[in-house]
Write a protein of this length. Structure first.
Length: 175
């Protein structure tokens, strides 16, 4: 995990039955928030700049490909995939979007209480995809993590399907 997503969130008022908050995010958290929820297309380059700097100057993992975690919410333009594709372009690595697939819709995992409930739901929803990563050193990438349930499920599938090594990298963590 590169950064926290939120620094503080203070309730301010109600709009109808919904409590509103004043939220302060980290700079990376703000870029990701705008990209995911406000259509901030310009954030991809800045986010990938941060990833490349971390990978090339501090982490330096040996990887053969990037596998983005399947998104929990269907969008026409998936932020985690856009970021992974730009990261792959800059690092000259293939991005294997279909190594794992989400075959059944789920709520966002942050809305599912309980580790076992999340694991059961994800075991049904996330399955091996059409492209093999057998023998490859994989960078498993996700944009946002709370409990790690999705990453655990994806890593299990990649491992069961012969990945030589799996390294995980997440942009931000909630809570």
């Amino acid at each position: 995990m590169l950064d926290h997503h939120t620094l503080s969130s203070v309730p301010t008022h109600y709009v109808g039955p919904h409590l509103q908050f004043e939220t302060t995010r980290t700079p990376l958290g703000e870029l990701l928030y705008r990209l995911k929820y406000r259509g901030g297309h310009t954030g991809v380059s800045d986010i990938v700049d941060t990833l490349v700097e971390f990978i090339e100057s501090r982490w330096r993992p040996s990887i053969d490909c990037i596998v983005p975690a399947p998104p929990s919410v269907h969008r026409a333009d998936q932020p985690v995939v856009r970021i992974a594709e730009e990261l792959g372009r800059r690092l000259s690595l293939p991005v294997v979007v279909d190594a794992v697939l989400k075959v059944r819709g789920t709520p966002q995992m942050k809305d599912v209480p309980g580790v076992q409930e999340r694991a059961t739901m994800l075991a049904d929803a996330i399955q091996p995809g059409g492209t093999s990563v057998r023998g490859r050193r994989v960078l498993l990438f996700d944009d946002l993590i709370e409990h790690g349930s999705t990453l655990r499920r994806v890593a299990t599938i990649l491992n069961e399907n012969g990945a030589a090594e799996i390294r995980a990298l997440v942009l931000t963590r909630t809570k």
